[in-house]
Unconditional design. Structure first.
Length: 219
C-alpha cells in the first residue's frame, strides 16, 4: 500500500463530523463538488459522499470563487469620512467597502501640507541653534534657509531649545521642513544606509526611508 504513496486519510466535512477512513493517493487533480467544496481529487470527493450522498461532481478543476456582490448606490451627495481617511459621497458608497467604517459625517480633513522652501545648500554639521520660533536647527545655515519662509526668524541662542524640540532638518529633496522629535538616543539604520539618532529623526530627514534594523548601520 505504501509502495504507491497511498495514505490512509480521515476526511472531515466542514461541519467537523468525521467520515469513515478513506484510502486515496496524494495525486492533486482538484474537482468541484455540487456543495461548492473543492476536493484534491475525485477519490476525496467520493469519500465525502459516504456521509452525504447528495454530493456529486460539478466540474473538473477547483470551484469558482464566489462573485463579488454588486453594490448599487444613488448619486445623492451627503459626504462621509471613512476610517481609511477617504471621503465618500454618501453612506452607501462607504458601506460598499467591507473593511471601512464610518469615522464621522462630512468630508475628511484635508492633510496639512508642509511648506516647500527653495533649494538650500547646507552641510550636515551638527552645531544646533535655537530659533526665535522655538525650533532647534542643525546649524545656523539651516536656520538661515528657513528665513526664506519666515523672514522674522532669528537665532535665539546657540544649542538646542529644550528637551522636546521641533527639529528642522534638510530633507532628501533639499527642502526644509519641521518635525517634532525628542532627544532620546535610540540609533537606527535607515534603508538609505545612514545611521540616525532615532527613528523620528530619520523620518524627519528622509520621508522615504524605513528602518532597516535597530542600532547603527554596519561600517
Amino acid at each position: 500500500m505504501y509502495k504507491y504513496g497511498i495514505l490512509l486519510l480521515a476526511v472531515y466535512l466542514s461541519t467537523a463530523s468525521a467520515l469513515p477512513p478513506c484510502v486515496c493517493t496524494r495525486d492533486y487533480r482538484p474537482v468541484c463538488g455540487s456543495n461548492g467544496e473543492t476536493y484534491p481529487n475525485k477519490c476525496m470527493l467520493n469519500c465525502a459522499q459516504a456521509t452525504n450522498r447528495q454530493i456529486t461532481l460539478k466540474q473538473s478543476g477547483p470551484c469558482d470563487s464566489p462573485a463579488q456582490p454588486i453594490c448599487v448606490c444613488t448619486f445623492e451627495y451627503k459626504p462621509v469620512c471613512g476610517s481609511d481617511g477617504k471621503t465618500y459621497p454618501n453612506r452607501c458608497s462607504l458601506n460598499c467597502e467591507a473593511s471601512v467604517r464610518l469615522a464621522h459625517e462630512g468630508n475628511c480633513a484635508e492633510p496639512v501640507k508642509v511648506a516647500q522652501l527653495p533649494r538650500c545648500t547646507c552641510t550636515k554639521e551638527k552645531q544646533p541653534v535655537c530659533g526665535s520660533d522655538g525650533a532647534t536647527y542643525s546649524n545656523d545655515c539651516m536656520l538661515n534657509c528657513a528665513t526664506q519662509f519666515n523672514p522674522s526668524l532669528r537665532i535665539s541662542h546657540f544649542g538646542p531649545c529644550n528637551s522636546e524640540v521641533k527639529v528642522v532638518e534638510e530633507s532628501s529633496d533639499n527642502t526644509v521642513a519641521p518635525c517634532t522629535c525628542t532627544r532620546e538616543l535610540k540609533p537606527v539604520c535607515g534603508s538609505d544606509g545612514q545611521t540616525y539618532t532615532s527613528e523620528c529623526i530619520m523620518r524627519c530627514r528622509n520621508k522615504y526611508a524605513t528602518v532597516a534594523r535597530e542600532g547603527p548601520c554596519e561600517l
